[in-house]
Design a protein around this ligand. Structure first.
Ligand SMILES: Nc1ncnc2c1ncn2[C@@H]1O[C@H](COP(=O)(O)OP(=O)(O)O)[C@@H](O)[C@H]1O
Ligand SMILES: [Mg+2]
Length: 213
């Protein structure tokens, strides 16, 4: 299955999600390929750190050119594509070949608006496809403080959008995500009992229920 992790905004957590998913699937012994289609190359950087540190399992990275040869992706159980807007042609091609598109949405009005724009782009690019890709959105970088209701408001806004399925599992804004990433580790490797790891496991289980059997 080809899962594209995308949004129109930087900083929403695309590379973080793509990297954690790649490591999580590798633990589950899936034959997984990650494609970094963002010229910012954050996914490439974190995979390099992981390699330098010698952490196992490793993450296999492929060049974005491969997006134009989707038939070659068939040998992998799972393909993850990290896309940004700096390379619009790659972003559109990723949308064309995606089985599904995963959209991390920080809880702000600006991010809701940009998600609506992204949904329109997906719709326009998918017009010539037989079937449009499944689009899944979830809250990333949610607030941890109970008194702050921004995540709930953003969730309510996402639920009401057409052509997107809302995933209720959220990831909060936690240092565990940032720290693990900078060390080349998945959040569940650095501290499996952290809240971040628990949130991660819940989200991953929704995204890949078959992996858990
Ligand atoms: N849930 C989270 N909690 C804390 N920091 C996060 C979380 N998700 C992402 N980040 C941090 O936010 C920054 C941007 O994330 P990144 O994955 O690079 O976003 P994008 O690829 O969408 O530009 C990074 O410093 C990353 O560590
Ligand atoms: Mg990125």
């Amino acid at each position: 299955m080809i899962t594209v992790i995308g949004s129109l905004k930087g900083g929403s957590g695309k590379s973080t999600i793509a990297f954690n998913l790649a490591v999580w699937l590798a633990y589950a012994r899936r034959n997984v390929l990650a494609i970094d289609a963002d010229p910012q190359a954050t996914l490439t950087d974190v995979v390099e750190v992981r390699e330098e540190e010698g952490f196992e399992p490793g993450v296999r990275l492929a060049h974005k050119e491969l997006l134009w040869y989707p038939e070659r992706l068939g040998e992998y159980d799972e393909v993850l594509v990290d896309v940004g807007t700096a390379d619009l042609e790659s972003l559109k091609q990723a949308i064309r070949i995606a089985d599904r598109i995963l959209v991390p949405v920080p809880p702000s009005q600006a991010d809701i608006w940009s998600t609506q724009r992204f949904l329109r782009l997906i719709g326009a690019v998918s017009e010539n496809r037989g079937e449009p890709p499944q689009v899944l959105a979830f809250i990333n970088r949610g607030d941890t403080h109970r008194a702050v209701r921004e995540s709930d408001e953003a969730a309510a806004a996402l639920v009401s959008l057409p052509n997107v399925e809302f995933i209720e599992s959220r990831l909060a804004q936690r240092t565990a995500f940032r720290r693990s990433f900078s060390e080349g580790l998945a959040v569940f490797e650095m501290d499996p009992r952290s809240k971040g790891a628990q949130e991660w496991n819940a989200l991953a289980a929704v995204l890949y229920p078959q992996v858990l059997g």
